[in-house]
Design a protein around this ligand. Structure first.
Ligand code: PSV
Ligand code: MN
Length: 424
């Protein structure tokens, strides 16, 4: 299905007067709004191809109906999102869940929807039907050379698919690790993983980046071979200038200071990108900003400060991706909420008075520092984010329009009530 331009225009005209009132108010209260709006217009967040179906837990999965049945339908779904918010102009694919059958057809469908291909993701955390060796005891770390070789070749194949589609980065997330003390020689596991990553790195095209994603827990119970940012940084430093650390917000132990991690990785030129989500306990699948919006703001505060210090372009300097797929919401509504939360945090971070904050820091004025950050965090910037959407031709309120157009019902009619998108 497609959303027609006139439907967006009608919706925007219905909400226009109320929106303008809010925008006028915030413009009268806050300076620099125009610059912020332009940055928001440029900022695009990639949607993971595996988040368009309802996520499951190890206990079950409940399809919401109308889920995309193939890559083409996934692209259509992201096209719908992008049409509604003009901020989701990219897709991140997971291989082998989303192997394109016809590159040109997929590329032209994506281009027609205004989408580009962000990082490609390999999968050596599941065994596929036709594969020779099992990843039960790890992939790139495996004690058996033949298993490692198979996993390396898979990653190289993922790069090949990416090259065909015009992507320029590979994300490697490993489920490698161990479940019991003594099961693994940590040093050998590290060295095997490093050697395998070197082989993948050697296959990267000139302009490509490799993102090494870390995760503190799951699916292993005792150790993960790339468990935290320090370990990821160790790998990416040894690999070379095309290797970067990827931060998935849900992959830390409770109370980790993610904003500090981000700041230091950025300082070292080793921050590659993000997987946005949120979590309450040990999870990484909740809507961005749904639990800890202040943390999300503090992360963007460090990003804006650190990227500006290096003269980096906010929109293109790092990989911005969502990685969340929980089990109860309509996936498209969930993704719209995540994008909105990310945009709000970014807009607020752009409004921080950097000069005043830096001065307060130099004067050890802790109270002032907190006032400066929290006064921005408590500012309702939703009208600024909505204005950026309006100027890009998107809708003032994507979730409201999505609901009023009954998009999910229409997708169910087109695709059926019991469909399952590939993913976890
Ligand atoms: C692992 O939990 C992860 O965050 C990795 O990014 C995977 O590629 C993704 O989720 C999907 O399983
Ligand atoms: Mn992730």
């Amino acid at each position: 299905m497609v959303i027609e331009k006139y439907q967006i225009e009608q919706h925007n005209s219905d909400l226009g007067a109320a929106h303008q009132k809010k925008l006028d108010y915030i413009s009268s209260e806050t300076g620099g709004i125009e610059e912020v709006i332009q940055k928001l217009v440029n900022f695009q967040i990639a949607i993971p191809s595996w988040a368009l179906g309802t996520g499951g837990t190890r206990f079950g999965r409940f399809s919401g109906g109308g889920e995309p049945r193939n890559l083409e339908e996934k692209i259509e779904d992201i096209g719908l999102l992008h049409h509604l918010n003009q901020s989701s102009g990219a897709i991140s694919l997971h291989i082998p869940w989303d192997i394109p059958k016809d590159y040109n057809a997929i590329k032209s469908l994506a281009a027609q929807k205004g989408l580009r291909f962000d990082a490609m993701n390999s999968n050596t955390f599941q065994d596929q039907e036709d594969q020779q060796h099992s990843y039960k005891f790890g992939s790139l770390q495996n004690v058996k050379k033949a298993v490692r070789k198979q996993a390396v070749e898979h990653n190289i194949e993922v790069i090949r698919h990416g090259v065909e589609l015009g992507s320029n980065s590979l994300t490697v997330w490993l489920a490698d690790g161990s479940c019991f003390p003594g099961q693994l020689n940590f040093r050998k596991a590290f060295q095997n993983t490093l050697e395998s990553l070197h082989e993948i790195y050697a296959a990267l095209p000139q302009s490509w980046k490799m993102f090494v994603e870390y995760k503190a827990y799951e699916p292993n119970f005792y150790s993960n071979t790339v468990a935290d940012w320090g370990q990821s940084l160790l790998y990416t430093s040894k690999l070379g200038p095309k290797a970067f650390t990827l931060v998935d917000l849900g992959h830390h132990l409770p109370n980790a200071n993610i904003e500090q991690i981000v700041s230091l990785l950025l300082m070292e030129g080793k921050l590659g990108g993000f997987h946005f989500n949120d979590s309450k306990n040990g999870d990484d699948d909740l809507t961005a900003g749904s639990m800890k919006p202040y943390q999300l703001f503090l992360i963007f505060n460090e990003l804006v400060e650190g990227m500006d210090a290096k003269g980096m372009d906010h929109a293109t300097g790092l990989g911005w991706m969502i990685d969340a797929s929980h089990n109860v919401k309509d996936p498209l509504e969930d993704l719209m909420q995540s994008v909105e939360a990310i945009m709000i945090a970014y807009a607020q971070a752009l409004l921080v008075d950097r000069k005043a904050l830096s001065q307060a820091q130099d004067e050890n004025d802790t109270v002032k520092c907190q006032e400066l950050l929290q006064s921005v965090f408590r500012t309702d910037v939703r009208a600024i984010v909505a204005e950026a959407r309006l100027r890009s031709g998107a809708s003032l309120n994507p979730v409201e329009l999505y609901r009023s157009l009954r998009v999910r019902d229409r997708l169910i009619r087109e695709r059926g009530a019991v469909t399952f998108a590939t993913g976890l």
